[in-house]
Design a protein around this ligand. Structure first.
Ligand code: PMV
Length: 302
């Protein structure tokens, strides 16, 4: 059985598409996959639960998942004769890197069956081929976290830097129930930047400063400081029109329930909100659930 992590970006999403660093954590929820041998390449399928979706590798299909599966299988010298069963524990299109986690778990399941061992950098590169089908220019942060786990500072085109927290900590993850496409959110930010490059680059530079401070705060175990940085990053993301009314109300209720900070995570336009609330996690989850949102606590940095 192969496994890959979901992720939550603590600081720096969108800036990371434009070459700035971002700080992200692997979640204890992810994707598990198992591959079994089939008689012929024409029987090659990927079945994804709980979506009940069956995918075939087809580079000319109109379905993104078929093309992504074909792109992933390009990693093999010969088309593998496999059937892959995957189960995702992550909501799709919600900012938690479910697509990258799926690609990494599927690749690892096939590798496991075929006895192939790859360096992490190669796993990330294969996952990126899948990710490019869904969104033209992924930074690669989702694939890096899916493959490597832990806490990383990631900058496009560079090896991820591992960040060590003095001990594991917990974050609250809440789902707005609103869905967005990463591609369209990234495109929207790119259009904003076209219109006012200097101003938007300043926003990204500010995010980069938050990432530098965030790394130090995590390494020092200073969660009050991390929480403040989450709030500041959220304000910057909101200034890029990436927040929604539901996101705002979930961030406000998390802070009201005692969180040190809260923000939208990932592409935005809905998706998931995270909050850091040491000792008050249950109160935050209760507040979100009372408003009808799905929410859970994830241990990170283990
Ligand atoms: O929403 P997700 O899980 O696809 O995360 C997107 C993160 C972005 O920084 C907005 C895009 C990227 O490629 O890094």
């Amino acid at each position: 059985m192969a496994r890959a992590h979901g992720k939550a970006i603590l600081l720096g999403e969108h800036g990371v598409v434009f070459g700035r660093p971002a700080l992200a954590v692997a979640l204890d929820r992810g994707v598990v996959a198992r591959a079994t041998a089939v008689a012929s390449t024409s029987d090659c399928t990927l079945h994804i639960e709980p979506w009940g979706v069956t995918v075939v590798p087809d580079a000319s299909s109109s379905r993104d998942l078929d093309r992504a599966f074909a792109a992933l299988l390009d990693a093999y010298r010969e088309a593998p004769r496999v059937r892959v069963e995957a189960r995702t524990e992550l909501p799709g299109g919600a900012g938690l890197g479910s697509s990258a986690a799926l690609s990494v778990a599927v690749l690892r399941a096939i590798d496991e069956l075929l006895g192939i061992e790859r360096m992490i950098a190669e796993v990330i590169a294969c996952s990126l081929a899948w990710e490019r089908v869904f969104h033209g220019a992924p930074s690669g942060i989702d694939s890096a976290l899916a493959a490597e786990g832990g806490i990383l500072v990631y900058r496009k085109g560079e090896a991820p830097e591992v960040v060590s927290a003095p001990k594991p900590f917990r974050i609250c993850v809440g789902d707005t129930g609103e869905r967005s496409s990463t591609r369209s959110m990234v495109d929207a930010v790119a259009r904003l930047r076209e219109r006012n490059r200097a101003k938007i680059d300043l926003v990204f530079d500010s995010m980069a400063a938050l990432v530098r401070n965030g790394r130090l705060a995590i390494e020092a175990g200073d969660h009050a400081a991390v929480g403040q940085l989450l709030d500041l990053n959220h304000a910057l993301l909101a200034s890029l029109m990436l927040s929604t009314e539901v996101v705002e109300s979930m961030c406000a209720s998390a802070r009201g329930a005692g969180a040190f900070g809260a923000k939208v995570t990932g592409a935005g336009g809905g998706g998931c909100v995270i909050a850091l609330a040491p000792g008050k996690e249950d109160d935050v989850i209760e507040a979100w659930k009372a408003a009808g949102r799905d929410a859970w606590i994830s241990e990170v940095g283990a």
